[in-house]
Design a protein around this ligand. Structure first.
Ligand SMILES: CSCCC(=O)C(=O)O
Ligand SMILES: [Fe+2]
Length: 189
């Protein structure tokens, strides 16, 4: 299913994290550019997530056997404010972070090769995978609500490792792959 994920370079400022933080004019990023960073994307039909063959195929091909749902609104999660604060602290994980947006919307920010923030706006139907070792963070947008499916290979481990983590094995592996990919054309000669 075709989607239209929007992502852009984010202007850093002390303003409300839930605002878009565009440059003027905006600097949009293509899906190819996100793919270079190892970020994967699909657009699915969020209304049939309970019985969706497309979702099932992705889960089978990538081994995502675990799933749960996270409803980010004040009454439904414990320590709502603290959770949101932690999500917005720059961190990595030892494994992929796989999120499928079923309702609402929010921003995943990821660092590019030059350590600039890219803001990825996920809405209902957007499924993204952040690779292990990529620096990222998450915030709600001004809509203030998101319902996410979380997927994982095996028993889930959500542990965040806050920046700096240059010696963490998943970070080292990520950086190695990131710069190897860019260098392959040269090495081929
Ligand atoms: C609300 S899911 C995204 C937040 C995050 O980066 C995490 O859970 O590790
Ligand atoms: Fe994370």
């Amino acid at each position: 299913m075709k989607g239209n994920l929007e992502a852009w370079y984010m202007e850093e400022s002390e303003e409300d994290q839930r605002l878009p933080h565009h440059y003027h004019p905006p600097q949009y990023i293509s899906l190819d550019k996100l793919a270079e960073l190892g970020v994967l994307y699909w657009h699915l039909n969020p209304h049939c997530y309970e019985n969706d063959e497309e979702l099932q195929k992705i889960r089978e091909s990538r081994g995502y056997n675990y799933m749960d749902l996270l409803d980010l609104c004040p009454g439904k999660v414990e320590n709502y404010e603290e959770k949101l604060r932690n999500f917005f602290r720059e961190h990595i994980h030892a494994d992929e972070e796989i999120r499928y947006c079923l309702q609402g919307s929010g921003y995943f920010d990821v660092r590019d090769k030059d350590d600039r923030w890219i803001r990825i706006w996920i809405k209902a139907g957007d499924m993204i995978v952040l690779p292990a070792g990529i620096y990222h963070r998450f915030t709600l947008d001004t809509g203030n609500y998101v319902k996410l499916m979380r997927l994982f290979v095996g028993e889930p481990v959500w542990t965040p490792f806050n920046r700096p983590q240059e010696d963490h094995p998943s970070r080292k592996e990520y950086v190695k792959n990131l710069f190897n990919k860019a260098g392959t054309a040269v090495e081929a000669h």
